[in-house]
Design a protein around this ligand. Structure first.
Ligand code: SF4
Ligand code: SF4
Length: 381
């Protein structure tokens, strides 16, 4: 693709850009099959040629490919193996876009109340949901669906995951401990648009991103931090697209930068790090997480049989094999370590639901435990 990539798109033109880039990919594909060979979803009930044809604008999508596209969790495992640098994940995302009028209910439900400017029944349900959450999570109510207008050096952006109470409460405690001037931008009305983007809802994704940019600009932060890998990707894209100067860090990266403010003590034994699809093993975010685990415990590497890990969230339960895959993964983990630490909030929320005997934690929990431990010692516990 000439001049632009999808990551460098100007807001509001993803649909156009994807149409162009996917058409170019179809011409460039040498049909070597490597992408589908590594894909965890399918072992090939269709040919690459059929898949490429289905990706064409205006071309019918056969049922077997439609099913594959909805099962695709946008993990990106197909990308590094392509000898001609084609993004097969984008091509499948484009099929999702083509099929947006025929999406399963689990896809629609996931986005139902996410995003700004929702009207009609969606708007009513969104307002009811927010009102209920403000009552049930009263201690976080002042951060829910507000637009911070005051300027701050650090912007903590939990977006939709403001409702993931444990991680948000821990992050607020850690930021207070560090003593940095920060503000919070959280709520479904400040969604980053990544959930829409991964479903091929390009116009909604662009709209979310554009409005999020406006909200971030009002804070004028030096650093934006988030614990979700999808939010991180979206904010990093805002920075690139709008030539913003702020830095984007994962929460763990930011905590690592301030590691001198935390006790230097081993508080745990073996911990295995879950490398997510978007915070992959060779990323700076993963490096910060590895450093954290090594500081507070014993870092164990992921079982080789699994390769890079995936929480199987982004097909929204379409693939009936998701649970079996997660259980098999956690069984591998259990052989290596009693605890799995997630570096992405999406993975944490998904994997902690399963009762397999593996303790699933968020990496940043190790920082709060180090504070608890030190305070306990000071009190003579
Ligand atoms: S992004 Fe989709 S097509 Fe690519 S490997 Fe993952 S599930 Fe398969
Ligand atoms: S790996 Fe690349 S070139 Fe080979 S079939 Fe897949 S998209 Fe085409």
């Amino acid at each position: 693709m000439t001049g632009q990539t999808v990551e460098h798109r100007k807001s509001s033109n993803t649909r156009k850009l994807m149409t162009t880039v996917v058409s170019e990919y179809i011409d460039q594909c040498i049909q070597c099959h490597h992408c589908i060979d590594v894909c965890p979803v399918t072992k090939g009930s269709f040919t690459i040629n059929e898949l490429n044809q289905a990706s064409k604008d205006g071309q019918e999508v056969p049922t077997k490919i439609k099913e594959f596209a909805f099962n695709c969790m946008q993990c990106g495992k197909c990308v590094p193996v392509c000898p001609v640098d084609i993004r097969r994940d984008y091509m499948v995302r484009y099929i999702k876009f083509k099929m947006r009028g025929q999406k399963p209910w689990s896809y629609k439900r996931y986005l139902f109340i996410k995003g700004p400017d929702l009207a009609g029944i969606k708007g009513i349900i969104q307002r009811l949901y927010i009102a209920l959450k403000k009552i049930t999570t009263w201690d976080l109510a002042c951060f829910i669906e507000t637009t911070p207008v005051e300027k701050a050096e650090v912007l903590f952006y939990p977006g939709c995951y403001i409702y993931s109470k444990k991680t948000v409460r821990q992050t607020l405690r850690l930021l207070d401990h560090i003593g940095c001037p920060y503000t919070v931008l959280g709520g479904v009305t400040s969604c980053c648009g990544a959930p829409h983007m991964l479903q091929g809802e390009f116009d909604q994704a662009d709209h979310c991103l554009e409005l999020l940019h406006e909200k971030i600009k009002a804070v004028d932060p030096k650093i934006v931090i988030t614990a979700c890998a999808e939010c991180y990707e979206a904010v990093a894209q805002i920075k690139t697209t709008y030539h913003e100067k702020f830095e984007v860090l994962s929460v763990v990266q930011y905590l690592q930068r301030n590691s001198g403010k935390f006790p230097n003590i081993k508080i745990r034994g073996k911990i295995l790090l879950h490398d997510s699809c978007r915070f992959s093993k060779d990323s700076p975010q993963s490096s910060a997480a590895r450093h954290t685990i090594s500081s507070f415990g014993e870092l164990i590497e992921a079982p080789s049989v699994q390769g890079s890990s995936c929480c199987y969230q982004w097909n929204h339960g379409c693939d009936q094999s998701n649970t079996a895959r997660r259980i098999a993964y956690l069984a591998e983990v259990k052989n290596a370590a009693p605890t799995l630490a997630c570096n992405c909030l999406t993975c944490y929320e998904e994997l902690k639901k399963l009762r397999t005997g593996v303790e699933v934690i968020d990496v940043l929990q190790l920082f709060t435990e180090s504070l608890d431990n030190a305070q306990g010692k000071e009190r003579g516990y």
